[in-house]
Design a protein. Structure first.
Length: 384
């Protein structure tokens, strides 16, 4: 492969690189000479196949591409470039320079992926202006791509560190809870036993919080699964109500629990707590004062349900699916309340991971009803 360089090697990596794919030596040499005087580094490929190899090896800032090339024509080179799996490389700017100047060829060039289509008779100033403009855009895009990669790496590091610390905290809390249980059995005084029991319950509460944090953290993954175990849903509901009762009271909103569930169901404990917490917090946030938010729990055969009802502004029909999207906030509420739009997104991802379903409907007296359902037998989603 012949490579023609037009700038000195020392410090040349700082100059924009133009790859000229041109089989006519006179035109290629002229472009080399003119680009050198303008401060570019230039490489020359004499056919389309060589050009494709050099694109991957050199990763130029811009390509000047002839169409009528031996071995592989310019159309094929451009299509191959635009279809490359490396998205940054695939976006390399292309200026087509050709003697074919008819309108149909120009349209075909743009459709193939060229950024600019110029005749070989175009003034060099026009070629140069386009190269400078496209190189500037290219370098800005590359810098942005590098910054995004750096931020993603930092975020991944932070995520891994948080997960590691949370796992370790949870493990240590489990050890403390176990020793508290043993200590309580060996103590004779009632006061001492109550103190140790309080410590054990606090460590269990912190352990549950760590488990919920880890689970919430995993929601960001595209695909994830959760483990189920036999739990008492009534205990989870009591914990959620205790957590949100002060918030509801501050707004003058009542909380009521209706219905009942079996004493034991097979679900993920932390997952169910996050789901009910997200729905209850959402209902309290959008409900006016002097109203009541209801949680109805009931079962039918091998299915069990949770319904959270509020008297808020409701959800328009065209938003009943979108409100479960990440960061989406309804147009009726986005101006009146603050929030990130994460709660309902997290709730749906957890419900689906636990083999259930979730939907929102209109409450007949105004407001919304969020319905969550699970199937006890095999964990497969119930279609309603």
């Amino acid at each position: 492969m012949e490579v023609e360089t037009i700038l000195p090697a020392v410090g040349s990596e700082n100059f924009p690189t133009i790859l000229i794919i041109e089989d006519e030596a006179d035109i290629a040499h002229l472009l080399v000479y003119r680009l050198k005087r303008e401060g570019f580094q230039a490489l020359v490929a004499k056919d389309g196949e060589e050009g494709c190899r050099m694109i991957e090896a050199v990763r130029p800032d811009c390509i000047l591409l002839d169409l009528l090339l031996p071995v592989r024509d310019g159309w094929s080179v451009c299509r191959t470039l635009r279809g490359h799996q490396d998205t940054l490389l695939a976006a390399t700017p292309v200026v087509m320079l050709t003697a074919l100047g008819d309108r149909e060829t120009r349209i075909q060039g743009i459709e193939t992926g060229a950024d600019v289509f110029l005749s070989k008779t175009a003034p060099f100033r026009e070629v140069l202006a386009n190269c400078r403009r496209l190189v500037s855009i290219r370098r800005e895009r590359s810098a942005l791509h590098a910054e995004v990669g750096r931020l993603r790496s930092r975020q991944q590091y932070n995520d891994d560190l948080q997960s590691m610390l949370c796992h370790e905290v949870r493990n240590q809390l489990t050890v403390i809870s176990g020793f508290c249980r043993r200590l309580a059995r060996s103590l004779e005084g009632e006061k001492e036993r109550r103190a140790v029991e309080a410590i054990r319950k606090s460590t269990q509460s912190l352990g549950s919080l760590a488990e919920e944090f880890l689970l919430y953290h995993r929601i960001e993954a595209t695909d994830f699964s959760v483990l189920s175990s036999a739990i008492d849903p009534g205990v989870i509901i009591d914990e959620v109500f205790a957590l949100y009762r002060p918030l509801a009271a501050a707004k003058g909103i009542g909380l009521e629990l209706l219905g009942r569930l079996p004493a034991t169901v097979r679900l993920n404990r932390s997952g169910l707590k996050i789901i009910l917490s997200s729905l209850l917090e959402n209902a309290i946030k959008y409900s006016p004062s002097a109203t009541t938010v209801s949680l109805l729990a009931h079962s039918t055969g091998d299915e069990f349900f949770f319904e959270v009802s509020d008297r808020g502004p409701g959800v328009p029909d065209d938003e009943k699916e979108r409100i479960f999207e990440r960061h989406y906030r309804g147009r009726l509420t986005s101006d009146s309340t603050s929030g990130t739009g994460i709660g309902l997104f997290a709730a749906r991802k957890l419900v689906l991971a636990m083999g259930g379903g979730i939907e929102v409907a209109d409450r007949w007296q105004g407001g919304s009803v969020f319905l969550v359902w699970f199937r006890e037998q095999d964990g497969r989603p119930v279609n309603r």
